[in-house]
Design a protein around this ligand. Structure first.
Ligand code: NAI
Ligand code: AKG
Length: 529
């Protein structure tokens, strides 16, 4: 039975789902060294923001197939290292959207009405009504940085409170912003005009320290800043100094450069600063949502099914996968054949989606063909997760074309050509109505054969006796021929012979075949049909 490690607190609903297919160990607050020590036992790892999945953890996780982040941000996971090791990383893109958005609104209101300080004051036996006079958010300007799922929900709620909305997000259209009641502006204008600024962006090299001393200097002196997105987007020293010097009105932070916060200039700030310990997603509802969402994906991947929210498999969502699954098999088979025919070091892969197939997203098909192409070199190390990255790192140029005018097979066909140490070789294939694969062309010669575990291809002169000679030679090595076909363009011209064999070819026989009069070249292909 597969084993799954849950390394942060996860709702029981998720654990119940994984338990259907795997043994689940819940071990939270593991020191890094301990995680590295035990991770080799596990097929899957499920976590929230408390666990750091470093490259060392991934390197040690030799059995890991999937890492599931019960939440949105995967910045605590070395996704690149996971991709390199062929491990799927999944998240729950929407499970905690409402929770995080409501936390940002709660922070904005708590800050405006000084609720945490007032609460403390009453508990200290005081009654300071004058001290805690706040501000209304009604008619004030809210600058939303990042108009994705959470930013959009914040905008909707803020609009209901009749706030004026500005938004900055270089990746969304002015129409989307407008639909959400926001004016899309540049960052400087948002800084200049906003009474409140709320951040809903991922932490990336571009967003790190986005709110620094220089940015703070551009803002209104009474501005209140809310960060329920990621630590490190705000320079904590700069904001602490600005608060102490009264250069900004307030800040409410849920996330920090280092978590738990520990020693920080922020804890020295007396007032107008609200801090929560990364609670954005901490609602009962969100925790059930993300636990179920991610647990289902872990269960599915352990059962060999696709994950619906994989962050490191581009374009492979389950609907696409389901529809394209037979074509992915075809692409992988053709990629494997083209790779073995073209020889060890491949420089270029040309893929042509023909007929009906050309109407589909080509990305998954390309990934499947690359997986096949690299299977000779990387064996079981290559999978849908790392095939594109491996190909890129090996300098394999991928050229894709689509030709919807071809009308040879009802579902379309796929042409794969690889250029490597043996020169250029191409294979075309299609699916029969029952989903069976047919190889329909080899190096532009028409054939019609199903793929087989052991195949022999020859390029030869179309002349009498040549087929018999190859048959006898194979017979003398006790190799049984399951089927044989010849493809040619003109009589007595160049031809290809395709033999499906029951047995692997013994060492050395290929060289003997190439010495047969009329044979120009011979290749073997090993598949796993
Ligand atoms: N505090 C908490 O517990 C939680 C925090 N989060 C964090 O909130 C953030 C947003 O989450 P979602 O809205 O779900 O993500 P999302 O992917 O739907 O939206 C992010 C938006 O940021 C925009 N963006 C990316 N780079 C940008 C840049 N340089 N400048 C401006 N905009 C940029 C994108 O275009 C996108 O529209 C993430 O960092 C996530 O990890 C999410 C859930 C809970
Ligand atoms: O797991 C958590 O509570 C944090 C959630 C979060 O930050 C996220 O989903 O990005």
């Amino acid at each position: 039975m597969a084993k799954v490690l849950v390394s942060d607190p996860i709702d029981q609903a998720g654990i119940d789902i994984i338990s259907q297919v795997a043994e689940v160990d819940v071990k939270t607050k593991l020191p890094l060294e301990e995680l590295i020590k035990i991770i080799p036992e596990y097929d899957a790892l499920m976590l929230r923001s408390g666990t750091k999945v470093t490259a060392e953890v991934i390197q040690a996780g030799t059995n890991l197939k999937i890492i599931g982040r019960a939440g949105v941000g995967v910045d605590n996971i070395d996704v690149k290292a996971a991709t390199r090791h062929g491990i799927v990383v999944v998240n729950s893109p929407e499970g905690n959207t409402i929770a995080a958005a409501e936390h940002a609104i709660a922070m904005m209101l708590a800050l405006s009405r000084q609720i945490p300080d007032a609460n403390q004051s009453v508990k200290n036996g005081k009654w300071e009504r004058k001290k805690f006079v706040g501000n209304e958010v009604y008619k004030k300007t809210l600058g939303v940085v990042g108009l994705g799922k959470i930013g959009a929900h914040v905008a909707k709620v803020a609009r209901a409170m009749e706030m004026k909305l500005l938004a900055y997000d270089p990746f969304v259209s002015a129409e989307r912003a407008e639909r959400l009641g926001c004016s899309l502006v540049d960052l400087d204008l948002l800084f200049k005009e906003s009474d409140y600024i709320t951040l809903h962006i991922p932490k990336t090299p571009e967003t790190a320290n986005l709110i620094n001393a220089k940015a703070l200097a551009k803002m209104k002196p009474q501005v209140r800043i809310i960060n329920c997105a990621r630590g490190g987007i705000i320079d904590e020293t700069a904001i602490a100094e600005a608060l102490q010097a009264g250069k900004i009105g307030g800040a409410a932070l849920d996330v920090y450069a280092n978590e738990p916060l520990g020693e920080s200039p922020l804890t020295e700030v007396g007032s107008n600063l609200v801090l929560t310990p990364h609670l954005g997603a901490s609602t009962a509802e969100a925790q059930v949502n993300v636990a179920i969402d991610v647990a289902e994906q872990i269960r599915d991947v352990l059962l060999g099914l696709p994950a619906r929210s994989a962050v490191n498999i581009p374009g492979l969502n389950p609907d696409v996968m389901e529809k394209l699954r037979p074509y992915l098999r075809l692409a992988e088979t053709l990629g494997t054949m083209a790779g073995q025919l073209a020889g060890g070091r491949i420089d270029e892969l040309n893929i042509r989606l023909q007929g009906e197939l050309a109407n589909n997203d080509s990305q998954p098909i390309i990934v499947a063909a690359l997986k096949g192409l690299l299977s000779e070199a990387l064996r079981e190390r290559v999978n849908y997760v790392n095939a594109a990255l491996e190909a890129q790192e090996r300098g394999i140029r991928v050229i894709e074309t689509k030709d919807s005018s071809t009308r040879d097979y009802s579902g379309g066909s796929l042409h794969v050509e690889a250029r490597g140490s043996n020169g250029k070789h191409s294979v075309t294939g299609a699916l029969l109505s029952e989903g069976e694969i047919r190889i329909t062309n080899l190096d532009e010669f028409p054939i019609n054969v199903p793929p087989n575990d052991h195949m022999l291809f020859t390029l030869h002169r179309d002349m009498p006796g040549i087929i018999g000679k190859i048959g006898s030679l194979l017979g003398s090595y006790n190799v049984n021929i399951a089927s044989m076909q010849v493809g040619r363009k003109i009589v007595r011209g160049e031809a290809v012979m395709v033999l499906s064999l029951d047995d692997p070819l013994p060492e050395g026989i290929l060289q003997e075949i190439t010495k047969v009069d009329g044979i120009r070249d011979a290749y073997t292909v090993k598949l796993s049909v």
